[in-house]
Design a protein around this ligand. Sequence first.
Ligand code: G6P
Length: 478
Amino acid sequence: MSKAVFDLVVISNRLPVDITSTDGGEVSWTRSPGGLVTALDPVMRDADAAWVGWSGAPDLELEPFDADGTFLVPVPLSASEVSEYYEGFSNDTLWPLYHDVIAPPAFHRAWWDVYRRVNARFAEAAAAQAAPGAKVWVHDYQLQLVPALLRQLRPDLEIGFFNHIPFPPYELFQQLPWRRQILDGLLGADVIGFQRPTDAANFRRCVTALTGVKARTEKFTVHEGEGYNRTIQASAFPISIDSKSFSALARKKSVRRRAQEIREELGNPRVVMLGVDRLDYTKGIRHRIKAYGELLEDGRVTPGDCTLVQVASPSRENVEAYQELREHVELLVGRLNGEYGQLGHTAIHYLHHSYPQAEMAALYLAADVMLVTSLRDGMNLVAKEYVAARSDLGGALVLSEFTGAADELTGAIMVNPHDIDGMKEALLDAANMTPDERRRRMLRLRRKVMSNDVTRWSKSFLSTLESLGATNHTASQS
Ligand code: G6P
């Protein structure tokens, strides 16, 4: 395929496929089940589109290739770049800083240098693929310098950026030694999207305080020289899931049968509680286990009557904060199971794996109570998947106030995960909720999730980008 021909170029840290290469150098790929892939699938298929991203493996040089009609452009990262750009600056500096400093962010100048270098590589790869005037959509905190770098290389492009994680309040963002460079990087975009209105407001406040650009409203202007003022929009575009297909998956006979089987494998308790997360300190896994553990200790629940299944998928295992979390969680689970488990009745079923979507759907169907207790979370799509799976109108959702999803999913039982007593009551309320109350709440939740799906999200972002891009294009010509 020749270069610079694509009308839409998506850039994200990871490519939307899982790539495996054999010792003989043969490469094969499978579509990864992540939310963004599903989100963009319909728009990618309709457009002449390319996707620029990392394969997920160090030191792997791959030629661009076609996967199910999308042109994939792999950006190589060396082992030391994976360590300093991905594990270091992205996941040990920005991630904790943007999630309320739940873990202390590490500031290392060497990591910053590599972050800059890798962002430039992504920008160059995208610039080489985009057709004149094309739309480029940059995703997430790993690539915040890309919008401005891309605008320098290709001023003709319409550039959008979407931040999947929270944007921190000024008082925290201020700590970052490279705060100004990050804001300048983002201001290269025409549209800067966030999960919640509060994230967008935090960003605009940082811009106003630190750059001299007055960003007091959703739309504001930056001076581009030669009398041209470019308009930027920074506002909320809450992401969702492919609600209809998830709902359909959960209605399949094989999935419903599997849900039944799971309950039997768990010893048919009265109540199954479920947590599904990446093993990440932002998710409040320890807080949730502590609340459940105290209910066992108080004798208000027993393992035979009410069991907890915790799926914790492996994540960022080379980063120390994640290693520590794993140790803490596993110690806690081991202690509680030792203390309160009975033969044939385990208190906590802890699974350090990831599962295919059909198995996830079966787990959701098998769970009477879904626990989403993040200390801070951009959106949390697990909460939305649970709701989409429950077309039977069964099941209760316990949801942290500190998730983006809490703005929309007001039919959930809301919790502050730091308030362990409050969580214990919420867990019991959810476990003992009447079927009528469950139905009433689930109907309310489903009205939101089934109508605000991910196609609506991507269409709304891209049409905003298109109209602002056109306005800016006309302004730059006049
Ligand atoms: C979050 C981030 C994504 C990231 C995902 C998995 O959802 O917003 O950008 O891809 O976590 O994390 P990983 O580090 O494995 O890509």
